[in-house]
Ligand binder design. Structure first.
Ligand code: MN3
Length: 260
């Protein structure tokens, strides 16, 4: 077991560990929180890799402050829920609106677990050598579902520009079909819709566990924190610049994985 000082020196996530520690101490828990459940992933490229389309300062704050805060807040709320803390972030967000996640912590898990899951995908959906057009099967599927790549881009950009306030535009695959959707805040396509409180199956049993059948292939974060430093209020300019860094290889791999 690391001492707290060693943990501060040696883990990249020292701030997260400190955030958790007071909660643990307040409970007189003898276990020192040297390890946290969820960790901020490293960016798969340098902060300035997406210049000039996405600037280094925006990436630094977006990843190092905003994404980090989602991870820290998630660890904090799950400190008292070890079963949930042991799940993968994907399983946690998938189970969000089920009885697995207590209602009193659900909004916090939705915002911060969703934030962690969505951003972890988002960094991988961009690349220094990105841009251009999708290839192979994904290219065919986009043509089939939207008519052409140009038409897809137009519809996706429209969806992203129309998100009111903070949220995301997503290209998802559901039952072999490609769809463009938008979601508010840090809601994620892999979370099921919130069920009305009284939903029963044919035998009268209350339904509490329905999984989403949508898988995100490509997502665009249109929170102001994603573009305000460089583009201020001009979200449309950010969307236009972002196409230059889309990692179509990653999106194509996800399509191959989730298409059926
Ligand atoms: Mn963001």
């Amino acid at each position: 077991m690391l001492t707290r000082r060693q943990a501060i020196k040696t883990t990249a996530l020292s701030t997260a560990a400190i955030t958790v520690a007071p909660v643990m101490m307040a409970q007189n828990n003898p276990v020192v929180a040297a390890e946290v459940a969820f960790k901020l992933p490293r960016l798969p490229y340098a902060l300035d890799a997406l210049e000039p389309h996405i600037d280094a300062r925006t990436m630094e704050i977006h990843h190092g402050k905003h994404h980090k805060a989602y991870v820290d807040n998630l660890n904090k709320v799950l400190a008292e829920h070890p079963t949930l803390a042991a799940k993968s972030i994907e399983d946690l967000v998938k189970d969000l609106n089920t009885s697995a996640v207590p209602e009193k912590i659900r909004p916090t898990v939705r915002n911060n677990g969703g934030g962690h899951f969505n951003h972890t995908l988002f960094w991988q959906m961009m690349s220094k050598s990105g841009g251009g057009e999708p290839k192979a099967e994904l290219a065919k599927a986009i043509e089939l579902n939207f008519g052409s790549f140009a038409e897809f881009k137009k519809k996706f950009a429209e969806s992203a520009s129309k998100v009111f306030g903070s949220g995301w535009a997503w290209l998802v695959v559901e039952s072999k079909e490609l769809k463009i959707i938008s979601m508010p805040n840090q809601n994620s396509p892999i979370s099921p819709d919130v069920l009305p409180s009284e939903v029963h199956d044919s035998s009268g049993k209350k339904l509490t566990f329905i999984h989403s059948t949508q898988q995100p292939l490509l997502g665009l974060d249109v929170w102001e924190h994603a573009y305000y430093l460089k583009h201020q209020n001009r979200r449309v300019d950010y969307i236009a610049a972002w196409w230059n860094v889309v990692n179509w290889d990653f999106v194509g791999d996800r399509y191959a994985k989730y298409k059926s």
